[in-house]
Design a protein around this ligand. Structure first.
Ligand code: FAD
Ligand code: HEM
Length: 404
């Protein structure tokens, strides 16, 4: 454990480091990738370019440092990150590399203000934080490997079926190449896939939520093609759409993630999705129907119009059940959508609509979609008095804030 003096130094320097937050972390990544280019096989380059990951990693180190004498208090945050790390294959030997370069970056940016005393205190604190992550991750590796059908690291899966679901979303049904069993998962969880793309120097890893219910002999992921407008096209999603076909092999790690449907509860559940954010929601919907028959579930999906609306038939089939309700929102319906009544509401999901149509006082709410969509859902639910413990959401990228 750290002595009181070290703890005091850490807590008093956190605000200074936060002030220089992005400068330090940008420098940190430059230094680390300079010395360890092999880590570019693990990190998401687009997140780097957009600065999203910079904020996430070092920001969390500082946040953890504030709780350095009570890391238990931030265990849920540690677990959420640890799921991602386990899914990516981050190992104990990676931690000293990050620690070393973070300290180098702090020294670089703060110059003389970073005295030996401060740097030594941070070295000690980083080790305590790293140990907390390493021990949580060790348990997760153990579980992922030793459960029925489990495995360690990345395992080969064959694309058994590739199904176009809309103009932008395509599903991939993945079966293990060794024809052995596969581990179950909790609806809401994701897999990581690791791809070698011709002409690319590094491997690329991305996460995809499982879009079917558990208990099958395959995993299904449904992938949106990320077309860049001002920016380059998304690397992996376009490669999956254009370059991966039935019979091809994909390497994936065992299901992970803490955004999961709580099946201990029997209260109503409301699943809100925007665009491709419907993937974990559909898995939850199907699972409620299969495993909690009678539990009231409302599935609300927002899309631009029917051209980009995926997996509609699967939802419609379930919506015929008494305890399932489904609503479709289109914000840019086509003429045909209007003529054929292919949606329930034109526009966005609003606070007043939610107040009118769903069990605001009792339900648990799960949502996923573009960040502005998630911010709007979060704001609406909070304004309607829904407590945080009934609000659950997933970011399709590094976790950010929904508050601003
Ligand atoms: C837990 C989780 C679950 C997910 N589930 C799903 C799912 O079920 N379905 C799904 O489709 N996706 C899902 N995602 C998102 C998925 O992991 C990928 O992020 C997504 O497919 C885009 O990857 P890509 O390689 O195609 O794009 P990337 O190459 O990673 O690019 C991402 C974005 O950055 C932009 N960009 C690229 N290069 C630059 C640059 N130099 N400067 C500025 N911008 C740039 C691109 O235009 C694109 O919009 C999930 C993500 C997470 C974290
Ligand atoms: C105590 C040290 C660490 C902290 C506090 C930390 C924190 C984080 C956070 C907050 C995220 C974003 C999680 C999310 O998706 O919401 C993340 C993701 C990630 N971390 Fe760590 N991390 C640490 C150590 C490491 C190490 C040692 C490595 C490997 C060298 C690593 C590699 C990654 C990668 C590759 C991602 C995925 C994000 C991406 O590529 O965009 N992390 N980490």
């Amino acid at each position: 454990m750290l002595d009181q003096k070290t703890i005091d130094i850490i807590k008093s320097t956190v605000p200074v480091l936060e002030k220089h937050g992005e400068t330090i972390t940008t420098r940190f990544y430059q230094l680390m990738f300079g010395n360890h280019p092999e880590l570019l096989n693990i990190f998401n380059h687009a997140n780097q370019k957009q600065g999203r990951q910079q904020k996430a990693l070092a920001g969390t180190v500082y946040a953890a440092a504030m709780y350095i004498d009570n890391l238990e208090a931030i265990l849920p945050v540690v677990k959420q990150i640890a799921h991602k790390h386990r899914s990516l294959g981050i190992k104990p030997e990676h931690y000293p590399i990050v620690g070393k370069h973070l300290l180098l970056a702090i020294k670089d940016v703060l110059g003389d203000a970073a005295t030996d005393e401060i740097i030594n205190a941070w070295a000690e604190a980083y080790n305590v934080i790293a140990d907390a992550f390493i021990s949580v991750e060790a348990e997760m590796y153990d579980e992922a490997t030793n459960q029925d059908g489990g495995w360690d690291g990345f395992r080969s899966f064959i694309v058994d079926r590739k199904v176009v679901e809309s103009d932008v979303i395509t599903s991939f049904y993945l079966k293990p190449a060794d024809h052995k069993g596969i581990s179950s998962f909790i609806p809401g969880q994701y897999i990581s896939i690791k791809l070698e793309i011709e002409g690319e120097k590094y491997t690329h890893i991305r996460q995809y939520s499982l879009s079917d219910s558990p208990g099958k002999d395959y995993y299904r992921m449904s992938v949106k093609r990320e077309a860049g407008t001002a920016n380059p096209d998304g690397m992996v999603s376009n490669f999956l759409h254009d370059g991966v076909n039935e019979g091809d092999i994909l390497n994936i790690s065992a299901p992970a993630g803490d955004f999961v449907l709580d099946m201990e509860k029997t209260n109503p559940v409301v699943l809100l999705s925007g665009g491709v954010g419907l993937t974990p929601m559909l898995s939850m919907l199907k699972t409620v129907v299969e495993m909690q028959p009678g539990r009231n579930v409302t599935f609300v999906h927002a899309a631009a119009n029917s051209n980009v609306h995926a997996l509609r038939d699967e939802v419609e089939e379930l919506a015929a059940l008494d305890h399932v309700k489904s609503y479709i929102f289109y914000d840019a319906p086509t003429e045909e959508d209007r003529v054929n009544n292919r949606f329930d509401v034109e526009g966005f999901i609003t606070r007043d609509w939610l107040n009118d149509k769903v069990a605001i006082g009792e339900a648990d709410f799960y949502f996923c979609g573009p960040v502005p969509f998630m911010k709007a859902m979060n704001r609406s639910l909070k304004e309607l008095g829904v407590n945080e413990d009934r609000i659950h959401f997933e970011f399709f990228g590094p976790k950010g804030s929904l508050e601003d």
